[in-house]
Ligand binder design. Structure first.
Ligand code: URA
Length: 250
């Protein structure tokens, strides 16, 4: 990582303060004073500030349940940033492994470990993301086939990777006949589905359903790789060591 980042990760200094400290010659890498904040350093290097050896904080791994009308950005824009919910030191060093749209809810993984998040976001790692999708119109079997085989999205050259799709049976419409007090289940309307994809193209799920003439009314991410959402909306927790390691072996 860059020297200025290393200093931020191992002290309480902000990026600007770290840059100034480096420029004034107070930081040594393997006994040489380094004045350039952009120099790349390695964890095996001996890095000192005013003679004291620095060690970076261990990386952080967080699971959060994103509420609607929040954005996956480090600063507030049209909607408040998700990070307003996370009271933690140096939150500005964290990033989201696979952003969700402002109106999408559900599971987000947050970290300051870029190598780890790469395994979640890079399509080559085939990390599965499961979305619960509520649709405006019943999903036709033709559309289901197209989505599972891979579909060419508008403005793109390569079709999407094959996806898994399950129609959620609980979307059966139940009605009560008040005269006989009988509960009748009419046919499954096929308007709620679970979609599993291994990519993260821009607005991918919404565009996939648009490409088959449907519209996503509600979108919620339930799972990333082996990790399920298990906290309430707006809440977060640190991942366990097992959960962190699950991605390194995928
Ligand atoms: N696909 C979308 O269209 N939106 C999201 O937020 C996530 C996946």
């Amino acid at each position: 990582m860059r020297l200025d980042r290393f200093i931020c990760r191992s002290t309480d200094l902000s990026k600007e303060q770290a840059t100034q400290t480096i420029k004034t010659g107070q930081v040594y890498v393997n006994s040489s004073a380094i004045h350039d904040p952009r120099v790349q350093v390695h964890e095996n290097n001996l890095i000192t500030l005013k003679g004291v050896e620095l060690r970076p904080r261990p990386p952080r791994y967080i699971l959060m349940h994103k509420p609607a009308n929040t954005i996956c950005s480090n600063i507030d824009e049209a909607y408040p940033s998700l990070f307003n919910y996370i009271s933690i030191d140096k939150a500005s060093e964290l990033h989201i492994a696979g952003r969700l749209d402002a109106d999408t809810t559900g599971l987000v993984l947050i970290t300051d470990d870029g190598r780890w998040s790469y395994q979640i976001t890079q399509p080559n790692y085939l990390c599965e993301k499961v979305y619960r999708v509520r649709l405006r119109s019943p999903l036709t079997e033709k559309a289901e086939l197209a989505l599972t085989q891979g579909i060419l999205l508008q403005g793109e050259e390569k079709p999407t990777r094959p996806a898994k799709l399950t129609v959620v049976e609980s979307s059966e419409v139940k009605s009560t006949d008040f005269k006989s007090n009988e509960v009748k289940a009419t046919e499954n309307k096929r308007t709620e589905v679970l979609l599993t994809i291994t990519e993260g193209r821009f607005h991918q799920v919404k565009r996939m359903f648009a490409a088959v003439g449907n519209k996503v009314l509600q979108l919620h991410r339930e799972q990333i790789g082996p990790i399920h959402l298990d906290v309430k909306e707006g809440q977060w927790r640190f991942l366990t060591l097992e959960e962190i390691d699950a991605f390194t072996h995928q």
